[in-house]
Design a binder for this molecule. Sequence first.
Ligand code: NAP
Length: 281
Amino acid sequence: MRHVLILGGTTEARQLAEALAPVPGVRVTSSLAGRVSSPRLPPGEVRVGGFGGPAGLAAWLREQQVDTLIDATHPFAQVISRNAAEAAAAVHVPLLALRRPSWVPRDGDRWHPVDSLAAAAAALPALGRRALLTTGRQGLAAFAGVRGVHLVARSVEPPEPPLPPDLTVLLERGPFDLAGERAVFREHRIDLLVTKDSGGSATAPKLAVARELGLPVVIVRRPGLPTGVRELPDVAAVLGALGLGAPEPGTPAPGALGLGAPAPGTPAPGALGPGDDDASR
Ligand code: NAP
């Protein structure tokens, strides 16, 4: 039995668990941080809560005899990705990172890239008066000092203080479609969008609406993965690297990470269903 541990909390992590759970000879465990009170649970085994830093994760990998670690956490979940790299190196467990590709600006986009939430907050007053903030509840504190801009913040769970004084909270979980996003922009008279570069399709319609309306978008650039961690863009590429699908160019040969052939009925790479949004918890 080969044991794959998926560090999750994203749509892609759940899709990967869905693809791996039916494969004979594979034990799949998904790990969730426990930030969302009623998460959509993936198939297979699920564990919830922190490991206690890189040493705790390394101990878990050893005790549970994990053969492959997949960091499928959100592109902005920096600490756990660092811990994963450290722990995997310490116990010599192969590590892959599943990261949906960054969003790419299109004709008509008015993007203002920044390197941090603090820089995003500083940029707001010069760009608009009513901002839709989709950077997640945990980052709201960075906007607490913003004045002269009404903030409409969307999150899955209620945000906690410190909060910006001029704030409306929309408690919603994606995916968000184009019609719904148009309605949000209209109802709240949004003239500015603030987002992290989360990538993926579940939260992309807001970018299309900003483009349609010619509105500026403050977009927070991604932090990088730890040095040396191999990054794959989608579930199909991970299955390929595990020897369970068509290998990507430059991917080690099938079986290189210790898994056998896919079971009949295993979803073909690319044939996975749509997932939820996770970008604005
Ligand atoms: P983070 O700052 O990188 O990690 C903080 C701590 O939370 C870690 O040190 C670890 O605790 C624990 N942790 C994080 N992800 C975990 C996981 N999948 N399983 C077990 N423990 C985990 O994390 P974050 O940015 O708060 O994100 C937390 C979770 O929400 C992640 O699963 C991520 O994929 C998801 N998420 C994050 C964002 C975002 O914008 N950051 C957006 C959507 C979803 P220990 O050190 O005790 O192990």
